[in-house]
Design a protein around this ligand. Structure first.
Ligand code: SF4
Length: 301
């Protein structure tokens, strides 16, 4: 542990703060965190947090969700401009116009979205809970926003529902091509390919396992396979490489990095603890609407 990490740990205890990190954060940031998880795990931990301060090392929608689920707490996003390009592809008016077009449909909103979009949706989901959440709804028609790739994956799993897709996507996961998948498998024929459902359907077609970030980590930890190609952000590869040195991990393509997730530096976390950052604030109407959508997700997931 370096000096700044030691300073963060000691100040964290002194100030009674909880530090939560997403799996895509850099390892030095993960190492000073109380818990590391995917967006669903982080949302649940934030909801139950007893500490007065929550520092969420990730991107903006994650810190917003923490604030919404536990509004009495002071929630910080250490690098305030860390956003999610997929979340920025949709606005509340897009959802409202789909609602007008499909009045009988329920709106399922991937958590990778702004509080304002969650507020006009019926229920949120994560990549691990999307299928169960769509199944749980009585409506036959489902408007799925904003990720068209995750929506298409769910549509295949739940054919009895009509899934109406929005044309959003994660530029990082969507950037993997089927040629990347084929080339990676050809280069390592013994390896199995583990892919996140934010990737394109023609990439998922080559996968040996499809799952959320947490699902990929669990699969890699528990399988007998000795060689695996990782089809999600490089943070997952970094965790597995450090944790399981006896196994061989490769990336499906070079430069599989979410730049926003890598913006958080230890100095930013320290700045939150020193009171040099502004906490997350959201308009009351967004807080209430988004809370209902998030709480429905947590109760089902
Ligand atoms: S990996 Fe994709 S979905 Fe996740 S934060 Fe980055 S841009 Fe958004």
């Amino acid at each position: 542990m370096n000096e700044i990490q030691k300073k963060i740990i000691s100040l964290k205890k002194e100030r009674g703060a909880l530090i939560l990190s997403h799996y895509y954060q850099a390892l030095p940031v993960q190492d000073i965190s109380d818990a590391v998880g995917d967006s669903f795990a982080l949302a649940k931990l934030a909801q139950k947090a007893e500490q007065d301060i929550i520092i969420l090392c990730g991107v903006r929608f994650m810190a917003e969700s923490a604030k919404i689920l536990n509004p009495g707490k002071t929630v910080y996003l250490p690098f305030e401009a860390a956003g999610c390009p997929m979340a920025d592809m949709i606005c509340p008016d897009d959802v409202l116009s789909l609602r007008r077009k499909y009045p009988k449909a329920a709106v399922v909103c991937y958590v990778n979205s702004s509080a304002a979009v969650k507020a006009v949706s019926d229920i949120c989901c994560t990549s691990s809970s999307a299928e169960a959440i769509v199944r749980s709804l009585p409506n036959r028609q489902i408007i799925f926003v904003p990720d068209r790739n995750l929506g298409a994956y769910v549509a295949k799993k739940v054919p009895e529902k009509e899934i109406i897709l929005f044309e959003g996507y994660c530029p990082i996961h969507n950037g993997v091509s089927p040629e990347d998948a084929v080339a990676a498998k050809k280069a390592s024929p013994e390896a199995c390919l583990l892919v996140h459902p934010e990737c394109r359907p023609d990439v998922l077609a080559h996968a040996d396992y499809i799952g959320s970030t947490a699902g990929i980590l669990d699969y890699a930890r528990n399988t007998d396979a000795k060689e695996m190609i990782i089809g999600t952000e490089i943070g997952v590869y970094d965790i597995l490489k450090r944790e399981l040195p006896e196994k061989k991990f490769l990336m499906v393509k070079d430069e599989f990095v979410c730049p926003d997730m890598k913006k958080t530096e230890l100095e930013d976390v320290l700045a939150c603890l020193e009171g040099k950052r502004s906490p997350i604030e959201l308009p009351e109407n967004e807080m209430l609407g988004a809370k209902a959508s998030l709480e429905r997700m947590v109760s089902i997931g």
